[in-house]
Design a protein around this ligand. Structure first.
Ligand code: NDP
Length: 297
């Protein structure tokens, strides 16, 4: 068997076109564009690169981009004040805090200052809680993109066995909850899992989110399984590979996301979609408390 490729670039293009039309409708109706504020602390080239990518994505679909680069010497209090003030600013629809923060700054304390309605990365504990109890909220973009790839390619999930390898707060765990919401029977594996191969082999859907290049091999995958690879690993020779050994798994799986060109391109579109969603929510509920508002996100 040679697996069907779940093409993230093609899906991202479709999502971009859909979003462009939806943003235009919003902007016409409201008289202002959805606006994303990206908060980063100066001095990290990776953050600056990422911010440029996000800005381009915003430009492409008509979302306004606000650069909130803070000085390298920013204090915790200064960072938190910025996040509070953007959360309260009616001209800002979504707030993205770029991670990792420089040493000495407390990410959890900073995240807590973001209004959950504007938490377009889905990292506020309030949104994590909503996802865990199966209520609508802001979902982290990477797993949301992985699920979108499965749904848009018509992969059946209800009643299927899914194994998610990786339990991070931004990828593995939320992906497991999303699959559970789709009525899959979900196992979460991690670095302490005994006999990972056996746990992977029982799955109809395999999700890899470990940061370990080539961890999932063809010998571990049940023939006909669908494989989603979130891994982005840069090898010493500069090649970018996933957590799945593509060459062996493509021979066994029914479908697989490539790296690059799989989950990655869809992630950024999910972020932009969350900005529009936040803009809608904010427009409807600007006067209510975050608690009331997130209940109906
Ligand atoms: P983390 O390092 O936060 O988490 C890695 C997880 O993998 C942990 O739960 C860890 O287990 C588990 N793990 C590590 N080694 C093994 C092993 N040998 N066997 C089983 N489980 C293992 O990574 P992230 O979740 O942030 O990222 C995962 C990957 O996804 C990375 O390659 C990252 O670059 C990529 N990524 C991709 C994005 C995209 O848009 N496609 C966006 C964000 C990340 P334990 O908890 O026990 O330590």
């Amino acid at each position: 068997m040679t697996a069907t490729i779940l093409d993230g670039r093609a899906l991202a293009k479709t999502l971009r076109e859909e979003l462009r039309a939806d943003v235009q409708t919003f902007t016409r109706a409201m008289g202002f564009s959805p606006t994303l504020a990206v908060v980063q602390v100066a001095g990290d080239p990776a953050s600056e690169r990422y911010a440029r990518t996000i800005r381009k994505g915003c430009d492409d679909v008509g979302i306004a981009f606000q650069d909130q680069t803070l000085p390298a010497a920013t204090s915790q209090a200064g960072l938190e004040e910025t996040l509070r003030s953007l959360s309260a600013d009616p001209a800002v629809s979504g707030v993205l805090l770029h991670m990792p923060l420089p040493a000495g700054l407390d990410a959890a304390g900073a995240i807590a200052q973001i209004d959950p309605r504007k938490d377009v990365d889905g990292i506020h504990p309030y949104n994590a809680g909503l996802l865990a109890i199966g209520q609508p909220g802001m979902v982290p973009n990477t797993p949301a993109g992985g699920l979108e790839l499965l749904l848009r390619n018509g992969v059946p999930l209800k009643g299927r066995r899914a194994t998610v390898v990786g339990r991070s707060v931004v990828v593995g765990k939320p992906m497991a909850f999303l699959l559970l919401q789709e009525h899959a029977t979900v196992t979460i594996a991690h670095s302490r899992t005994t006999d990972l191969a056996a746990v992977v082999r029982e799955a109809d859907i395999v999700v890899a989110a470990t940061g370990k290049p080539g961890l999932i091999t063809g010998a571990m995958v049940k023939p006909g399984a669908v494989v989603v690879d979130f891994g982005i690993n840069v090898l010493d020779d500069g090649r970018v590979v996933g957590d799945v050994d593509f060459a062996s798994v493509v021979e066994v799986a029914a479908a697989i996301t490539p790296v690059p060109g799989g989950t990655g391109p869809v992630t950024n579109m999910m972020l932009l979609r969350n900005v529009l969603r936040a803009a809608h929510t904010w427009a409807r509920q600007a006067d209510s408390s975050p608690r009331d508002a997130t209940r109906v996100l």
